[in-house]
Design a protein around this ligand. Structure first.
Ligand code: F0G
Length: 345
């Protein structure tokens, strides 16, 4: 078997690149499609997790960023900019390093997880905390890219979705067919649109189920949410850029976009960690919370094959793992004391 070459080389003939495009890659993609025995038992379905936290910067954003940065490099860009709830910023910062570009990122002040902030900083991004939410940051990034010499690498850049569609290719290539149902968290609504693009290019048609956080559910409500709220900061978005594409993915696939509460998200987050051995960030657990809800509503039926994309690694936002857990006990260097603290006696 050959080593994985990153999504551009693996799927070159299905991506908008030419022989002249410089390939800026961290060898993203090729992520695990992991059987989920506990979720399968709970739902009666055949459930797999597409574990996107295994990408180089710990989220699915790397798939789109390899393409967006490669094309920006081809076009001679010296600097890129993005608005972000954290993961896009981390990916843009890392890929910009590989391309020798300056990376500017705009994040909502106080509303991005610590690990993601650390990633943007360690890769040397020019980071501004904006006194506003993600939607304000995106508007500002669009204006700056229109008026200054800096390329926008948010998912409104079409190369981002082109890169992200490769996750659907990997799933069909692994199973030899599409699943019956595909569950995803929905924030700016790019990823659900990208998967649908990928499935369609493979002539497959799983039902696409998208899940927004209840306090940030503009597509479910049918109108923008001015002050979105959720503990899942990655999807704290009130006016998604790919709104129309996501609705098309929903309707053309015979799927649905629903809301899940923060309580449901945290329950799924803990279930994934404690019963599947998979540590994801809270937003990622919305896909699994959504599957459990959809099963209750009989939107998904027993025996169906389901893939849930878990979009980002748990270490990006460790606060939720630590809060609520009992503080570790301290013991002397003494086997008896340790054994009794561990309840081994
Ligand atoms: N899950 C995670 C971990 C994310 O970071 C995001 C989006 C989503 C799900 C939702 O995907 O926006 O394509 O619907 N994060 C963006 C960011 C907004 O800035 O990192 P979407």
């Amino acid at each position: 078997t050959k080593a994985w070459r990153g999504v551009i080389e693996e799927y070159r003939d299905r991506l908008p690149v030419t022989a002249d495009t410089p390939v800026i890659t961290l060898l993203e993609g090729g992520t695990p499609l992991l059987p989920a025995p506990r979720l399968s038992q709970l739902t009666g379905c055949d459930v797999h997790l597409k574990v996107e936290g295994s990408n180089p910067t710990g989220s699915f954003k790397d798939r789109g960023m390899t393409l967006a940065i490669s094309r920006a490099a081809e076009e001679g860009a010296k600097a890129v900019i993005c608005a972000s709830t954290g993961n896009t910023a981390a990916a843009a910062a890392a890929y910009a390093v590989r391309a020798g570009m300056v990376c500017a990122v705009l994040v909502p002040q106080g509303k991005i997880a610590m690990g993601k902030l650390a990633q943007a900083l360690v890769h040397g991004a020019r980071l501004l905390q904006v006194d506003g939410n993600f939607d304000d940051c995106l508007e500002l990034a669009r204006k700056l890219s229109a008026d200054y010499p800096v390329a926008l690498v948010n998912s409104v850049n079409r190369y981002r979705l082109e890169g992200q569609k490769t996750a659907a290719f990997e799933i069909v290539d692994t199973f030899g067919a599409a699943p019956d149902v595909h569950c995803l968290p929905v924030g700016n609504a790019g990823n659900i649109s990208a998967y649908w693009m990928g499935y369609q290019e493979y002539d497959t048609r799983p039902r696409m189920l998208g899940f927004q956080a209840a306090g940030a559910a503009p597509i479910v409500r049918g109108e923008p949410v001015l002050a979105p709220q959720t503990i899942a900061t990655a999807i704290r978005i009130g006016y998604p850029a790919s709104w129309d594409l996501a609705i098309r993915a929903r309707d053309e696939s015979g799927g649905a976009i629903e809301a899940v509460t923060d309580r449901q998200i945290l329950a799924a987050y803990r279930l994934l960690a404690r019963e599947e051995g998979v540590f994801v960030e809270p937003a990622s657990a919305a896909s699994v919370a959504g599957l459990l809800q959809a099963r209750d509503e009989d939107l998904v039926r027993p025996g169906e094959r389901v893939v849930c994309t878990v979009t980002g690694h748990g270490l990006k936002d460790p606060d939720w793992a630590i809060s609520g857990a009992p503080a570790p006990l301290t013991v002397p260097v003494d086997a008896h004391a340790a054994a009794s603290a561990l309840e081994l006696t």
